[in-house]
Structures are given as structure tokens and as C-alpha cells.
Design a protein around this ligand. Sequence first.
Ligand code: HH2
Length: 292
Amino acid sequence: MTMETASGVPAPFSVWAALPPGPAVMGILNVTPDSFSDGGTTDDPAAAIEAGRRMLADGATILDIGGESTRPGASIVPPAEEQARILPVIAALARLGALISVDTRNASTMERAVAAGARIVNDVSALAYDPAAPATVARLGCAVVLMHMRGTPLTMKSLAVYGDVVEDVRRELSARVAVALAAGIAPQAIAIDPGFGFAKTSDHNIALLRSLPALAASGFPIVSGISRKATIGHLGQEPDPARRGPGSVAAALFALQHGARVVRVHDVWETVQAVRVWHGLSAAPGGDPDPA
Ligand code: HH2
């Protein structure tokens, strides 16, 4: 598919450019028994499909479907098992017209998820984990989220050491963008994500959140995924990840105000409503569609 440019020359289609105007909410659908905040709630395909339908009804623009937890210390899920978890869910929700991203580090899962209807690959390793991933995404022609991390979920905690976290993350993400481009992935297919909580302390996360404009200056759309993470627990004084919804909404609005294009969240309805109110209040004054 192509889009016309001002000069009339067809430009490659971009999922990111074609998103509806305004902030986009990406709903997290973990088809896993062990995710850090919602593990086991949607690990059965029927429950996951129902949760995805709910998120669409609640206003999610994208559903991010994953079958492997990447929380610190998580063990590796073999690709065949990951695919058995997520492919029926992706196929069912794609049939409903959902825009789906697949949260995976495995090239074979990327391939099969796109065949089942996913249009975005969301890779927490920025295509570094599976050597076949960059060429696979290039060949599939889908969009991609390149997220910053160091090491793996097993090793990342000890790698949270930076000179200047904002500059280091910016530079390391640029290197991953260069790998993606060299593999033949189109620039307009790429979004980037600072990777909150992945080889980051709370102080690192806060510095990165405040400095999203520096990342946004790259021109790539920014995905922000801090929902229910430890920084929300720390700032909001809430140890239970499942009770971090309100703080996550506040952080999503902060991220959007600082240049994020997409917020990846567990609490879709709460975030969508907050974004609508914030957006309505920030918009230029006009007619009041609902004076009640
Ligand atoms: N965070 C998680 C997983 N995938 N993808 C992007 N682009 N950005 C993120 O911040 C991000 C991500 C971890 O959160 P979650 O999926 O809720 O937990 P788990 O990995 O335990 O399934």
C-alpha cells in the first residue's frame, strides 16, 4: 500500500503515520501465566480474546499481544509455546479489525504473527535478540517498535549503570535504528521506546520520562510503556502492581505531554478517558458538544 506525497510520488505506507490524529493508546494483552502485573488473568485464549474486545470497545487504538513475560528474572518461553499462546488470539482479534502489535523477540513468532494479522512487531530487544529478526521485519514490511534495553531479562538489572542515561539511551537506540535501516526496514516503519524498567532504576526512568522531547527530536514516533512499573509504585507509594492504575494514567499523560505518540497501558478505559479529557481541555476553545 502507498500514500501520495505532496510531489505526487508514492511513499511507502506507514502504520504510524496512518494512526488517527491525537494520542494513541496501546492496550497490553499478556497471554502469559507470569507477567508482572496481570499474569494469569488472560492466559486462556478465550479470556484473552474477550479482554481484547473489551479494550477495543474501551477505545484502544492498538492491541499489543505477547506470550512471554520479560519482567526482571523471567525465564525464556520457547517460540513454539509462545506461538501456541498468542496466534489464536491475534487471528481472532485481527478478524474484528483490530490493529495488532506482537510483543516478541523471536523472528519465527514475528513471521507467524504477521501472517495471523499483526501489523506491528514490538521487540523489547530492538531486534537484537534473534539474529534473524532485522531481515525478517524488513521482508514482512510491517511496522516495528525498537525498545531500548541492555542484556536480557535475566541480566538487565546489573546493567543499569549509565554516564548520562538520556544520552546513553539515545545513542544506543540510534545504533539499533541504524541496524534496522541497514537490514532494509523503511524509516517510516520505525517507532522507538526508551524501555522503562529494562536495565533502568526509578531515577533513570524519571530522567528519561522528563527527557522524552530529546528522543522525540529524532523524528521517530515515541512509544512509552511505564504502566504499573516499579517507578509508579515508588512515586505512588503502592507496592501492588495491580493497584497502580491511577499513577499509570498520570504517567501516561505526562509522557504524551512530553512527546510520546503512543502509550502502552494495562488500564485502557481509564487512560482513554483521561486522554480525552486532557485533550479536550488542551484543544482550542470551540463549541461545547455536551453542555451537561
Ligand atoms: N514493557 C513490557 C513488555 N513489553 N514493550 C514496549 N515497547 N515497551 C515497554 O515498556 C514494554 C514492552 C513489560 O510489561 P508487561 O508486558 O506488562 O509485563 P511482562 O513483561 O511481565 O509480561
